[in-house]
Design a protein around this ligand. Structure first.
Ligand code: ADP
Ligand code: MG
Length: 384
């Protein structure tokens, strides 16, 4: 009945129901980076009314330093966050409802999607001073549990893992790759650390350490690979005695996912390796989109088995689950191609429900203008 009240209050909006839920899509613009400023970037994204996104294309005139304004494009999302938006604001608009629903035993998942450098990890993990969605969600979870501790017993368990090149690793206890097993509980990574969390204090450093365990590029040892997906799973179990003194247990799972960069693997020296990895990432992202489409269309068969990512997310996607996508973008015209792709994709993701009969199979695919992307990437890399 708590859930009903929330629905009445409109807290859960389109979420909260097993049927008729749709993917909520948000866009977050990050501030212009110093490097981008120094490279003479123009801002090509404008957000108005916390909803509308205007993307402007600039083209070089004869002299490449002078940019000519080409046509613009308009998009609208559930919410769009300008670069001044606080971490807390992003959390409360995108994820707070899901945390509430997880306490009701409903699964939820939040994905950050976008090109490398667009702000996915900042949004999900954040910094010590500005913690992101992962940390704020756990903080909120504990405060909500404290508020209702009189009526039962909650256990919160965290696991943090990585999918890289179709290999699953435990970020809390790095070591050999984990094997996925299917049992009554669903698909689990055997041997994965389940960290029993009692308070928020430990969580930020735990996750930061975990993030340092993410796979790095051989060529850029200090940077997390743009091909690595990180998944934080927060399992909340709630036990309470009913009138007949039976123990009732309710389990909700929140998955917070920092997806791999959505750009293609291009302009790298380790071409062969990268194209292999690139193929796998496409496979994971494509598999994710196929699963979401199949779920929304009410298909009987959901192709979870197509990738490690979707196997791991099976119970976060199926059943009574709320799904949120946050598309991260840079304001710089140097990233125009990537931003356009990300917005294009996000725009389609929000249409899923109304186009339920259409096949949306290329949902996550990075579209068309590969050459444009390659050019931009090369430019950016030169400047770095
Ligand atoms: P990604 O994970 O998508 O590759 P990051 O989250 O690492 O990108 O962001 C790239 C850089 O931009 C980082 O230095 C990060 O701190 C900074 N950044 C990203 N988003 C924001 C933001 N909203 N506010 C301030 N800095 C940001
Ligand atoms: Mg990142």
């Amino acid at each position: 009945q708590e859930l009903e009240t929330l629905k009445e209050k409109g807290v859960l909006g389109d979420h909260g129901g097993g049927s008729g839920s749709r993917i909520q899509v948000f866009v977050r613009l990050r501030p212009m980076a110093k490097k981008e400023k120094e490279a003479g970037s123009r801002c090509c994204v404008r957000i108005v009314n916390r909803r509308d996104v205007y993307l402007t294309e600039f083209a070089a005139e004869n002299d490449y330093l002078r940019l000519k304004r080409l046509k613009g494009r308009h998009f609208a999302f559930d919410s769009s966050f300008p670069d001044s938006t606080s971490q807390h604001d992003v959390y409360s608009t995108t994820t707070a409802d899901l945390v509430e629903a997880v306490l009701q035993g409903r699964n939820g998942s939040v994905f950050c999607y976008g090109a490398t450098g667009a702000g996915k990890t900042y949004t999900m993990l954040g910094t010590m001073d500005n913690p992101g969605v992962m940390v704020l969600a756990i903080k909120d979870l504990f405060s909500k549990i404290r508020q209702r501790s009189y009526d039962g017993n909650h256990v919160v368990q965290l696991s943090y893992l990585e999918v890289y090149n179709e290999t699953v690793r435990d970020l809390l206890a790095p070591g050999r790759p984990l094997v996925l097993r299917e049992d009554k509980q669903g698909i689990t990574a055997s041997g994965l650390t389940q960290y029993r969390a009692y308070s928020t204090d430990e969580v930020m450093s735990l996750l930061q350490q975990g993030n340092r365990n993410r796979t790095t590029e051989p060529t850029r040892a200090n940077e997390t690979s743009s091909r690595s997906h990180a998944i934080l799973q927060v399992l909340v179990e709630y036990r309470v005695r009913d009138e007949s003194n039976n123990i009732v247990s309710r389990v909700g799972k929140l998955s917070l996912i920092d997806l791999a960069g959505s750009e293609r693997a291009l302009a790298t020296d380790l071409r062969t390796l990268r194209s292999l990895e690139g193929a796998n990432i496409n496979r994971s992202l494509l598999a994710l989109s196929s699963c979401i489409n199949a779920l929304v269309e009410g298909k009987k068969h959901i192709p979870y088995r197509n990738s490690k990512l979707t196997q791991l997310l099976k119970d976060s996607l199926g059943g009574a689950c709320n799904t949120v996508m946050i598309a991260n973008i840079s304001p710089s015209n140097l990233s125009f191609g990537e931003t356009q792709n990300t917005l294009h994709w996000a725009d389609r993701a929000k249409e899923i429900r109304t186009k339920a009969c259409d096949a949306n199979e290329e949902l996550f695919q990075v579209p068309e203008s590969e050459t444009d992307q390659a050019k931009l990437l090369l430019e950016l890399q030169k400047e770095n």
